[in-house]
Design a binder for this molecule. Structure first.
Ligand SMILES: [Zn+2]
Length: 306
């Protein structure tokens, strides 16, 4: 195990160096934000993980063995399997289902050492006060816990306030409260608020609120999930895709400045494991430094030690 870990680290660092060089060459100077130095750009690293994915244990397309096989074939450093743990979902239905889910991940991941596979789940916020669909006891058996705003999130995506300012305040209040959930690792696709009526676009969020949230996320160590298919959450919104990207990049910059850490993900249901091209565009344009991108090897080591 020790030698394979070392091998993994070596391989990952080489991949990161090559990836960064290729990225900077391909993306060119126009992708750099105004005011960023060449040195910052040189430090930009392409992450090689996918820390938010679904399988047939919730609404994903593939069973765990095929999912992990793909991760190995794509030579990803790490994936997190984060099936939905929400009211009525399969792994939340019974202890037996939850046990079977974890046992299958364990069985499949232990048969290989190509890719780190984290046992995870995606919870949902239930209200604006920080109540979520996953409790501490179940979270203790997981290695990567996400929480999103979804159809069961009262006051935001459920029973959305007709007043946009109230809606926006509720969204930020919910995220601030999620920061206090100790066992939560990452906020899944933050600001996925485009398909509601009213829609809240990234530029609608006041900087004052965003800075308050960014400071708390940094302080509490909550990771910002830059999810590749963010456009999904805006397909009913009156915004062109490239405009959404530009607005999201500006928003992400505030979180970079506060020291928040980031992950990338496909949120794979049907879009493909490891498909993080848009996420990488955003990280590069927001000049997220390598030190603010989560390192799944550290997560795996930390979890093993506890
Ligand atoms: Zn998801």
């Amino acid at each position: 195990m020790e030698s394979s870990t070392r091998r993994g680290i070596l391989r990952a660092s080489v991949a990161a160096t090559v990836g960064a060089a290729a990225w900077n060459a391909a993306d060119g100077a126009d992708a750099q934000p105004a005011g960023s130095s060449g040195r910052e750009a040189a430090q930009a690293v392409r992450p090689n993980h996918d820390l938010h994915t679904h399988t047939v244990w919730s609404d994903g397309a593939h069973p765990i063995p095929l999912h992990v096989l793909e991760a190995r074939a794509f030579e990803l450093d790490a994936i997190a399997i984060t099936d939905h743990y929400t009211p009525g979902s399969r792994i939340a239905k019974s202890e037996a289902e939850f046990d079977a889910y974890l046992a299958e991940i364990e069985r499949v991941r232990s048969g290989q050492d190509d890719v780190i596979v984290l046992k995870g789940a995606e919870a949902a916020a239930l209200d604006t006060a920080g109540r979520i669909s996953l409790d501490a006891a179940h979270a203790a058996r997981l290695e990567w816990v996400l929480c999103d705003l979804g159809g069961s999130s009262e006051g935001t995506l459920r029973n959305t306030p007709p007043d946009k300012q109230k809606y926006i305040e509720n969204v930020v209040r919910t995220y601030l409260a999620l920061c206090d959930v100790a066992y939560l690792d990452a906020i899944a696709h933050p600001f996925n608020t485009g398909n509601t009526k009213p829609a809240a676009l990234p530029e609608d969020y006041p900087q004052r609120l965003l800075k308050e949230l960014a400071a708390k996320m940094a302080d509490k160590g909550k990771v910002f999930d830059v999810m590749n298919d963010t456009i999904y959450w805006f397909h009913k919104a009156p915004i062109a895709p490239r405009e959404l990207t530009a607005q999201y990049v500006e928003l992400v910059k505030l979180f970079v400045a506060a020291g928040v850490r980031f992950q990338v993900s496909s949120d794979d249901h049907r879009t493909g494991l490891g498909n993080t091209r848009w996420s990488e565009l955003v990280l590069a344009r927001a000049a997220v430094p390598a030190g603010q991108i989560v390192d799944p090897r550290q997560i795996a080591r930390r979890r093993k030690g506890t």
